[in-house]
Design a protein around this ligand. Structure first.
Ligand code: NAD
Ligand code: SER
Length: 317
């Protein structure tokens, strides 16, 4: 029997991944934890707790008490927030991961660990189109530095201690259930909220800034596929590229105009422009497709429709 611990369950990914895993493993077997209380549908239907990933003592007690067999460690400070508090962000991102890897090393009942990396591992010297799995990784943000260091540690723990740790370099994730937590790709979610609320949006990136993005349902499916694959299928123990769809603020605003013809977008780029320009415009995820079968199913047209419907419903409630 599996007992799954999610750390960062109240966040943009955790709030949807927790529910998806509860459908597979049963509500009582998926333990949602975070620094803040998760949404009602998570806290009412299954176990949850306030838990700081940096509080090693409580973490060990929690894992032993609930006979945890898998950990999804999602807690992190994302790219734009991390630039505001670089040392604190480094400590949270790195110490959190090291606590989890060490826990998996010390407690043999923990069979699998999931930890997300990001397109932020790439930097200004990386080829930006169709960025390959193996390429130059010289990130220029503290977030990216923490993710590339994390990837190296994951591979190290796999090779030296046999820890079955698996990882995906998520592109920017698009969803309406929980708002994003301070990343550079957040414009592509904010734009839908502002389109519905006010009919206009001032974008913090330039019109033609292309970035790889993915609708949340595809990201959740990819995560589950990766975690359910047989260990011998997982050939990359640092982190897998995941492609998604590539679009710019101009592309998405044109899609929104098809639904809200009077929608207006203006551009006022800030420090996040430089971060976006250091990241790939599109990603090659052939390796993930070959090894465990990732697939992008939601393209920009459907994503726009789903986001507008979801945001409208959320704001009406
Ligand atoms: P988020 O900011 O929405 O959620 C993170 C959650 O972690 C928050 O609820 C926060 O309260 C919690 N948290 C922070 N510090 C904690 C601590 N010390 N102990 C316990 N919980 C703590 O982030 P997200 O978008 O859900 O991202 C989850 C993971 O996926 C992160 O590692 C992030 O780097 C990675 N990722 C996200 C995206 C994206 O577009 N959302 C893209 C690439 C990678
Ligand atoms: N969406 C994330 C960010 O912008 C990418 O890791 O920080």
């Amino acid at each position: 029997m599996e007992n799954i611990l999610i750390i960062g369950a109240a966040g943009q990914i955790g709030s949807e991944l927790t529910l998806a895993l509860r459908k597979i493993y049963g509500n009582e077997h998926v333990f949602a934890t975070d620094l803040i209380k998760p949404s009602k549908d998570i806290s009412k239907e299954g176990p949850w707790a306030i838990l700081d990933v940096l509080d090693n003592k409580r973490l060990v007690h929690y894992v032993i008490r609930h006979k945890i067999t898998q950990i999804y460690h999602l807690a992190a400070v994302l790219s734009s927030n991390a630039e505001r508090i670089p040392i604190q962000a480094w400590n949270i991102n790195m110490d959190g991961l090291m606590n989890i890897l060490d826990l998996a090393k010390e407690i043999p009942e923990i069979k699998k660990v999931f930890w997300p990396s990001s397109i932020a591992v790439f930097g200004p010297t990386t080829p930006r189109q169709n960025t390959p799995q193996l390429t130059i990784t010289e990130p220029s943000t503290v977030y990216g530095i923490s993710k590339i260091a994390g990837e190296r540690w994951c591979e190290y723990y796999y090779k030296n201690y046999g820890i079955d740790v698996r990882s995906i370099r998520y592109p920017g994730l698009i969803s309406y259930k929980t708002e994003p937590g301070g990343g550079t790709t957040d414009y592509a979610v904010e734009i839908f909220y502002e389109a519905v609320r006010t009919g206009k949006y001032e974008c913090f990136l330039e019109k033609d800034t292309y970035l790889p993005m993915m609708f949340m349902s595809d990201a959740i499916q990819a995560t589950i596929n990766l975690m359910e694959a047989k260990p011998e299928k997982i050939k990359v123990r640092s982190s897998y590229n995941l492609g998604g769809v590539s679009f710019s603020p101009d592309d998405i605003s044109k899609e929104i105009k098809k639904h809200i013809p009077d929608f207006e977008i203006t551009y006022n780029p800030d420090f996040r422009q430089q971060i976006a320009e250091s990241w790939p415009e599109s990603i090659d995820d052939k390796k993930a497709q070959e090894d465990w079968g990732c697939k992008t199913t939601v393209e920009i047209e459907e994503m726009t429709k789903l986001m507008l419907e979801g945001v409208k419903e959320k704001l009406t409630k």
